[in-house]
Every structure is written in C-alpha cells, then in structure tokens.
Design a protein around this ligand. Structure first.
Ligand SMILES: *Cc1c(COP(=O)(O)O)cnc(C)c1O
Length: 403
C-alpha cells in the first residue's frame, strides 16, 4: 500500500497523527492471513497453530491473534505465562500453550488463565499434577521432549520413566506431545531426519494412551519438510509474519510488515565534510543527504551504519527505498535518526515529510537482517514502540490498540 493510499484511508481521525509520526509500521493483516492459509494448505492432515510469543514477533499480539482466529486458528503458543494472560483476554476460547514451561509456585497463575504449560521436565510435570490435585480436576498440558536441540525439553531417556510410572501423569491431561527442530531453516540438513527419528523412538516408548495423543514437531520451516514432519499440529511463527524460514532458499511467504521513516531534512553536504558521530563517513564531491527520523532506539540496528560512501547497494550496511530508488545509509546510525545518501535522486523528488521504506516490499526483511549481522526474527522483534502501528485489513486501516 502506498503512502497516499494510507493517508486517504486515514483521512479524518488519524491523518494528523500519521503526519506527525516519525516512524510508521504498516502491518498487512491480509498478508498475514494469506501466509496462514498457505501453511494450512501445505499441511492437510494437521492443524495449523500460531506462535505469537514476543508480542507476535513485534507486530502486536491483539490484532494478529484476532485475525488468525478469524482465519480458523485455534491453537496459540506464547513464551511466557504473562503473554498467555494477555492473550486469554483477547481470545477467551483459544487453546494457549506456554513454551517456557512451568516455574515453581507458578501453577495457579496458569490454571487461573487456562494456560497449558509445555512441560519440559519431570519436576514441572509434578508441579502441574499437584495443581490438578489442589483443584480436584484434570489439567491439560503439553509434554515437551528434547530430540537434539538441547534447549528445553524432557530428555529422550526419561520417556521410558514416564511409561514405567503412570502415577506421574495423575491429574494431567496430556493434549500434545511435542519437540522442536534445530535446523529446519536448512531443509537438507541431516539433523532434521535425525530429530524426527528420535521423536518417533521416544513416542514408541510412551504408554498407548500417550502415543495416541496429538503430536507436533514442525515450526515454519519444518512444515515444508514433508508430511512425515507435520504430525497433528504445526507451529509456525516467522512465516506468518512474512520472514523467510529458510536460510538457503526462496521465501514462500508474503511480506507483512512495512516500516517507514519520515524525512526530517534534505540537505547539501560539502566535499570532505564528516557525516554523523565519529565523522567516519566523508562526503566526496557534492552530495545530497536526507536525515530520517528512525534510529537504533527504534530497532534500526547501529550495525547498519556505513563508514564510507559506496557505489553499489550490495555493500555491507543499511539502505532505504525512497523516490523509487535504493538510497544507502551514510555514516553511523544515531539513536533517533539516520542519514541516507540521495545524491542520485533528481533534486526536488524527495521532500521534508516524505516517507522512506526501511523494511517492506522493496527492502527485504531478511536482507536487512543479513546486513545488520543478524536474522529477520531479531529485526522484527526489535521494532521499537515509537513506531505508530497501523493495521491494514480488507481496504480499511485501524490504528494501534483499536485494531
Ligand atoms: C519460536 C518457536 C516456534 C516458531 O518458530 P519459527 O521458526 O518462527 O516458525 C515453534 N516452536 C517452538 C518451540 C518455538 O520456540
């Protein structure tokens, strides 16, 4: 969606607020829905859950979760119990799993909000069983096994222990048996099949009733590894939000986020002048620069700085899309601002108040991650609170919490 479209739709209520915003985050809920349905269509035998941890990867857990619910999503995963509480208020009927498991003395918080811990140890299982006893009713939970990521999860060796002592599960209604892949971003990595076989082996050790429970192994990338990886539930995150789940192949998903920064000033710079803190960047000849109103405090990483003038856009360092072209960052990123080189844009095209695209259809999210020395996930979850968030859905836009 172009800026004039945004402005037209926002005419009235929000036009002045949008005009005054230094950074705009346009979140395309229709693209989110498209990505959800794309995954659902690839996993015909499984349900498609949504990972909405970290405020739905920075995009806003409310608008994202509500739209996914409308698309048929019924299973949600958060990292922390407090995120689960927030989501419970948004979606009273949703199934909500908490990935971080269960801390000591926290069980009553989970049960109060109808949260299902992903139990990653026998100690957590015992705490949840005690809570069930206290309440006098069965409580649902996932059993989370480690199959090689070596992060959270019950070790494979304890699967037999659970089978041998059914009392451990007393009062606990296991609604999901899950594990998590370490290398799903590389579909050809042998680790994927190794983990799948480990998951099979540990499930085979479980008592019959547990073996019959729904199972889940795949994140966004894993959902594309074939039906053997899909089990009963897939757990995509990044793909829903338009990031590339693969590190070595094309992104099948549609961009969801467009981050834009306001042009504060366009200015001429004289030959030899230093630009920005440290004066690391030297103006060569006559250059025109534009100052943009987003900086590292907004999650535009300082590692996107460019110490020197570059002649091509593939050189390290950040760049934006403005006036129909790619304009590279000039000098260091500041806390609240960054400078770009617009010498090659004809004079008069870029004006004060215009918007430059930092991430979006022209500036690929994962490419920004690479340029910053990280991944798209970290770029999304770092998008700062100062951005005015605008949600686009079916030709209408809503702003912030009202979405
Ligand atoms: C974050 C997470 C996911 C989602 O992974 P993506 O790569 O974003 O699709 C799935 N499962 C678990 C256990 C996670 O921690």
């Amino acid at each position: 969606m172009s800026l004039p479209d945004t402005m037209a739709m926002a005419a009235g209520d929000h036009a002045a607020e949008i005009a005054a915003a230094g950074g705009l985050l346009l979140i395309d809920l229709d693209a989110l829905a498209h990505n959800y349905q794309l995954i659902a269509s690839r996993v015909p035998g499984a349900a498609t859950a949504a990972i909405v941890k970290a405020n739905a990867y920075g995009l806003g857990i409310g608008p994202v979760s509500r739209r996914l619910w409308a698309e048929g999503c019924r299973h949600y995963f958060v990292a922390e119990a407090a995120e689960g509480r927030d989501l419970r208020k948004i979606l009273p009927e949703a199934v909500i799993y908490v990935l971080n498991g269960l801390f000591p003395a926290a069980a009553s918080f989970y049960s109060a909000y109808g949260l299902r811990p992903c139990l990653g140890s026998l100690a957590e299982l015992a705490d949840w069983a005690a809570e069930a006893k206290r309440l006098g009713k069965d409580l649902p939970a996932a059993l989370h096994f480690d199959t090689g990521l070596t992060r959270l999860g019950i070790p494979e060796s304890d699967a037999g222990l659970i089978a041998a002592s059914p009392d451990l599960l007393k009062g606990v209604d296991i609604t999901l048996v899950m594990s998590h892949l370490a290398c799903a971003d590389e579909p050809d990595h042998p680790m994927n099949e190794r983990q799948r076989l480990a998951f099979e082996a540990l499930r085979a050790q479980l008592p019959d009733d547990l073996r019959a429970k729904p199972a889940s192994l795949a994140n966004s990338g894993g959902a594309f590894l074939g039906t053997a990886f899909q089990y009963d539930l897939v757990r995509p995150g990044i793909g829903l939000y338009g990031g590339n789940p693969f590190s070595d192949r094309a992104n099948p998903f549609r961009p969801v986020v467009r981050a834009q920064a306001r042009v504060l000033q366009v200015r001429a710079a004289r030959d030899g002048a230093g630009v920005g803190y440290g004066a690391t960047y030297r103006v060569a000849g006559r250059q025109r620069l534009a100052i943009l109103s987003v900086g590292y405090a907004d999650g535009y990483f300082r590692s996107l700085s460019r110490p020197a003038l570059v002649s091509n856009e593939t050189a390290p360092g950040g760049g934006v899309f403005i006036g129909g072209v790619f304009a590279p960052v000039a000098g260091r990123i500041s806390m609240d601002m960054l400078t770009i080189d617009v010498t090659h844009v004809p004079e008069g095209i870029i004006r004060r108040g215009d918007l430059a695209e930092l991430i979006g259809p022209n500036i690929n999210l994962d490419d920004v991650g690479l340029r910053a020395g990280t991944i798209g996930y970290e770029i999304l979850t770092s998008l700062g609170q100062r951005y005015m968030r605008i949600y686009q859905s079916g030709g209408t836009i809503t702003h912030g919490d009202r979405a």
